[in-house]
Design a protein around this ligand. Structure first.
Ligand code: ASP
Length: 585
């Protein structure tokens, strides 16, 4: 028997018991004729005590141990003279009577502690050591718990857990596919799924009614910080539902998680249209933990002789509460901040709302107190507030103002990761124009149904049609997105046409789905949650990597395995890669 208890388990009540523990040596402290050792496992830490008065040889043995050695000990549980209130096992220690080394360890390249001295890269190379640290352990425990809670809720709601294949043919979710050459079909390739989208729809056609899967997805996207080429989704689909039914079900799931994990007690999630979100927050994933909404000042600011505003397509303002006392230096810093290339605003206009009826602004020459008072009303600014104004091209200006809003909130400490503010964003455009390829792209994916009342727009004004789609947003992050799907072949074909697919192309890529729709497809819809992001947010983090057991770095590499890697010539030949290229010549 390696152990009778774990290292996190023993309490005052166990005093006097003979126990066996196994674990890693966390710390060794020598004090005169005593050695104290902390033994660690996934469950916690327990103090082991050795005393030369008890057993001289054993004490010598303990002195020879090193950090991270794996040992097994036998001993009696004693009440500690001075308890450690920081540790759940802090009231007891083990008076060791026998010790066995199970495994020696080299000194680890960084400390196995919450605040480690290891750099990001080293920690990825030695991920198994990094995962020993208590914060990483907490992250993985949380991940497993959220996984359990999701399954619990969905099983209860009658969802079936059904697997879908990884070796498939391309599914368009807007990214490039990872491909896998087929050795046995020379010159041909599988693609790894960007999501199980078409499969889950086919499961609805097959009559399974409610499907879910916590599933890995693969997208070969350009590298960006905190993006993983493989990531996990909670993927779901339901039959005979409208948008509201899907939203209700997954609002329920989200509430279940927020309640169980964070003790959240909020009400019904607000629902906002895409247009409202853009106009009021400058983004389709608003952070509504704080207000500071954007307001248009077009009617109040344009045609007053101030060229910057007159030239602009739109003028947008927001009120920063209690910031009327910002110094020149602070205002200059904000102005510089919005002019950074990533934000790209031309400049920043400010107006301080002082005592009743008094204003001070950077545009006093053009706007008198009466005009500025109107800005204040429009922005909901009270005395003591600061109004910040951006002007220019509509979409860029809203976006920049939205970024400024987040920047200010972060500076003001309004983005508390322990506060959760979920909402739905609906009525996205069905399509968006892509300058590069000179054609429309599906904003969500090509299987998303247009809103019924917008169907007539498809042919001549496709960009005006709205999608029957919804995103779930949490603290400024999109955590889930889905839609009611098209379930009729004709409509699917019309949408493919709007997307610039020839009938040939559509048939070649999605013939199986179009055909399935001819054999009795139920109305259906679904959603997928980004599991990594969801867990990270529940864990109070904006970054997903600490919540993924074995992640890739920002360059898409696994530093522990050193992948991707070369193949040897033999293997390359077997895969007939040259043949595949030749066939295209
Ligand atoms: N397949 C979609 C995605 O990966 C989600 C969905 O529409 O259900 O974003």
């Amino acid at each position: 028997m390696y152990r009778s208890h774990t290292c996190g388990e023993l309490r005052r009540e166990n005093a006097g018991q003979e126990v066996v523990l196994s674990g890693w040596v966390q710390r060794i402290r020598q004090m005169g004729g005593m050695v104290f050792l902390e033994l660690r496992d996934r469950y916690g830490l327990t103090q082991l005590a050795f005393n030369d008065g008890w057993d001289q040889d054993l004490l010598e043995q303990a002195r020879q141990l090193g950090r991270e050695w794996v040992v097994q000990v036998w001993g009696a549980v004693l009440i500690r003279e001075s308890a450690n209130p920081q540790l759940p096992t802090g009231e007891i220690e083990i008076k060791v009577s026998q010790l066995k080394v199970l495994s020696r360890a080299k000194t680890p390249p960084f400390t196995i502690e919450r605040d480690t001295d290891g750099g990001e890269e080293q920690r990825l190379v030695f991920r198994y050591l990094d995962l020993r640290r208590p914060d990483m352990r907490d992250n993985l425990l949380l991940r497993s718990r959220v996984d359990q809670l999701v399954r619990e809720y969905l099983n209860e709601e009658g969802f079936l857990n059904i697997e879908t294949p990884y070796l498939i043919k391309s599914t368009p979710e807007g990214a490039r596919d990872f491909v896998v050459p087929s050795r046995t079909n020379p010159g041909q390739f599988y693609a790894l799924p960007q999501s199980p989208q078409t499969f889950k729809q086919l499961l609805m056609v097959a009559g399974y009614d409610r499907y879910y899967q916590i599933v890995r997805c693969f997208r070969d996207e350009d590298l960006r910080a905190d993006r993983q080429p493989e990531f996990t989704q909670i993927d779901c689909e339901m039959s005979f539902v409208d948008r509201e039914a899907v939203m209700r079900t997954f609002e329920g799931l989200t509430r279940h998680l927020l309640q169980k994990v964070a003790g959240w007690e909020g009400g019904t999630f607000p629902v906002m249209t895409y247009q409202e979100a853009l106009a009021q927050y400058g983004t389709d994933k608003p952070d509504i933990r704080f207000d500071m909404r954007l307001h248009t000042l077009d009617a109040l600011a344009k045609d007053r002789g101030f060229a910057v505003f007159d030239r602009a397509e739109t003028v947008v303002g927001l009120a920063v509460p209690g910031a009327a006392d910002y110094s020149r230096k602070q205002l200059d810093a904000l102005s510089k901040w919005v002019q950074r290339p990533q934000i790209g605003a031309g400049g920043l206009i400010w107006c301080k709302v002082q005592e009743e009826g008094q204003f001070k602004s950077s545009v006093d020459k053009f706007f008198d107190a009466a005009a500025l008072a109107q800005w204040a009303v429009q922005c909901g600014a009270k005395s003591g507030d600061l109004i910040l104004v951006l002007a220019g091209d509509r979409s860029k200006t809203l976006k920049a103002a939205g970024e400024l809003r987040l920047h200010l909130a972060a500076e003001m400490g309004l983005r508390d990761p322990r506060v959760f503010a979920p909402l739905w964003v609906v009525d996205f455009p069905l399509l968006e124009w892509d300058e590069e390829s000179g054609r429309y792209h599906a904003m969500h994916h090509p299987f998303t149904a247009p809103k019924e009342e917008d169907l007539h727009l498809l042919k001549d004004y496709p960009e005006k049609a709205r999608a029957n789609a919804y995103d779930l947003v949490l603290n400024g992050n999109e955590i889930g997105g889905g839609s009611i799907r098209i379930h009729e072949r004709d409509l699917q074909q019309r949408v493919f046409q709007a997307l610039g697919f020839s009938d040939e192309e559509a048939k070649r890529q999605f013939g199986f789905l179009l055909q399935a729709f001819e054999y009795g497809a139920p109305p259906h819809g679904g959603i997928a949650f980004g599991f990594d992001r969801l867990v990270a947010l529940l864990g109070g983090s904006e970054s997903i990597r600490p919540f993924i057991p074995f992640p890739k770095n920002n360059a898409g590499r696994d530093l522990m395995l050193n992948a991707p890697a070369d193949l040897d010539e033999e293997q390359l030949r077997e895969l007939s890669l040259a043949l595949a290229l030749k066939a295209k010549d």
